[in-house]
Ligand binder design. Structure first.
Ligand code: CP
Ligand code: NVA
Length: 305
């Protein structure tokens, strides 16, 4: 029996990632065909959300229902976690009653502490530092539209945030080059960059990062928990909007991705976001469902491996 958590992409080997993506693509086809695939009958996923969510909540809850199981939505307002019950105690109690636990929280150390005391797989549904489930969907989307990302050039434009950190991990696992363009002072974690220096370069110039790229990605300028910095950041990031002018420097068949929710007119122009020649954001959002179904099946199978 192998208890496996998914706290960052680094919890998977490249070949495990590859097989999860292949399975996600297959599950999507079956789902579109109307096939009923319910290996998770009687399985329960607990979902702890300390931050808002549309895609993550709907995709995990729908995914569990489609696979024959069920999901519990737990907000800190309604559980003892929000009243200060220690994370370690909550982890031991919850994991004695459910089969998997998904957490969206602030400090990444919170999910590490929870996982250390959980007897069932724990899935990171976003922390301040990483958003690995989103990368499963992004990689699936690239593979579906363009094939393997190995050897490709990816440009990350904007904040060196949780999404950017997960792109750095993806660069290593998928073996692509990642060019990151951030305003000075908003670069990703230098230790993570140093660990991946063979594949990651940082610059402050979005044009340089995007030139001849195969895949361009961005995210909001102020993440959840940074709302009070919104106006200051909007001024700092003004030159980092991804629009048609910037995108025209990428390869002609480059794809544009955004994890959503998007702020049109800030990190992405409304025209680019809605331009299906480049933008695959709606496929990317839907793929959260399929990729996470494949992830949950993988984590539960590992328990019996
Ligand atoms: N991309 C993403 O995680 O969206 P939600 O915040 O709506 O879950
Ligand atoms: N960086 C964003 C991603 C939202 C899905 C945030 O953390 O708010």
């Amino acid at each position: 029996m192998a208890l496996r958590h998914f706290l960052t992409l680094n919890d998977l080997s490249p070949s495990e990632l590859h097989s999860i993506i292949a399975r996600a693509i297959a599950l999507k086809k079956s789902w579109r065909n109307g096939d009923v695939i319910q290996p998770l009958k009687q399985k329960v996923l607990a979902m702890i959300f300390e931050k808002s969510s549309t895609r993550t909540r709907v995709s995990f809850e729908a995914g569990m229902a489609q696979l024959g199981g069920s999901a519990l939505f737990l907000s800190p307002k309604d559980t003892q976690l929000g009243r200060g019950e220690p994370i370690e105690d909550s982890a031991r109690v919850m994991s004695s009653m459910v089969d998997m636990i998904m957490i969206r929280t602030f400090a990444h150390s919170n999910i590490e502490r929870f996982a250390a005391y959980s007897s069932v797989p724990v899935i990171n549904a976003l922390t301040d530092s990483f958003h690995p489930c989103q990368l499963l969907a992004d990689i699936q989307t690239y593979v579906e539209h363009r094939g393997s990302p190995q050897g490709k050039t990816v440009a990350w434009i904007g904040d060196g945030n949780n999404m950017c950190h997960s792109y750095i991990n993806a660069a290593r696992l998928c073996d692509f080059q990642l060019r990151i363009a951030c305003p000075a002072g908003y670069e990703p974690d230098p230790q993570l960059v140093a660990l991946n220096s063979a594949r990651v370069t940082i610059c402050n110039n979005p044009q340089e990062a995007v030139t001849n790229a195969d895949w361009v990605a961005t995210d909001v300028w102020a993440s959840m928990g940074q709302e009070e910095e919104q106006n200051h950041r909007a001024a700092q990031f003004a030159a980092y909007q991804v629009d048609h002018t910037l995108m025209s420097l990428a390869k002609p068949d480059a794809l544009f991705m955004h994890c959503l929710p998007a702020h049109r007119g800030e990190e992405v122009s409304a025209e680019l976001l809605e331009d299906p020649r480049y933008s695959v954001v709606w496929d990317e959002a839907e793929n959260r469902l399929h990729a996470q179904k494949a992830l949950m099946l993988f984590l539960l199978e590992q328990l019996n491996a």
